[in-house]
Design a protein around this ligand. Structure first.
Ligand code: SF4
Length: 177
């Protein structure tokens, strides 16, 4: 298996805090982005976030792979957990869903990691526990070294769309309260 890294990317503001750091800019290691976000509540939201991720990929000259949007499959994965609070069991299933798709893309080719660890609202510990079921998962904690702040600043400079809810319809409901 090669030395490359497949980086699951949830959105451009988080992605900016992950790829825009010295340890990720390594000529010995090719980083490719994997946009896999079937958790998003509509195809419009998927396209809106993807448009900024395309800009980010272009800016950093990174290859981008887009996993087709399949919200029905995601809804089946979180069935029964619709009313769980943000950060609870539904989010664990959601993380696992996206990491599994990333693991599938990376299988036999390279290591993988996720930008989800940059968010202060997402537990890196939980993400690492879930990721540990795949031996090629790299537990990179992008919260370290001010990852979130870096991403926020870069998003403002680039005028990226910054969503005000996590992504699924259930998180929109909790934000709308
Ligand atoms: S709140 Fe965010 S992490 Fe949790 S299930 Fe919804 S989209 Fe996934």
């Amino acid at each position: 298996m090669g030395n490359d890294l497949l980086l699951h990317i949830c959105c451009a503001p988080c992605g900016g805090g992950c790829v825009n750091r010295p340890e990720m800019i390594n000529p010995e290691r090719k980083v490719r982005l994997f946009f896999s976000n079937s958790n998003l509540d509509s195809a419009e939201e998927f396209e809106r976030r993807l448009a900024c991720v395309r800009q980010l990929a272009e800016f950093f000259r990174l290859d981008l792979i887009v996993d087709p949007y399949d919200h029905d499959a995601w809804l089946r994965a979180v069935d029964g957990l619709e009313s769980a609070p943000e950060g609870g069991d539904r989010c664990r299933k959601c993380f696992e869903f996206n990491l599994r798709r990333t693991a599938g893309e990376a299988a036999g080719k390279c290591a993988f990691a996720t930008t989800l660890t940059v968010s202060p609202r997402k537990s890196s510990k939980v993400l690492f526990e879930i990721g540990s079921q795949w031996e090629n998962f790299e537990p990179i904690d992008f919260k370290k070294k001010n990852g979130y702040l870096l991403g926020t600043r870069f998003a403002a400079e680039q005028n990226f769309y910054r969503q005000n809810y996590c992504g699924c319809e259930f998180s929109r409901r909790s934000t709308d309260k």
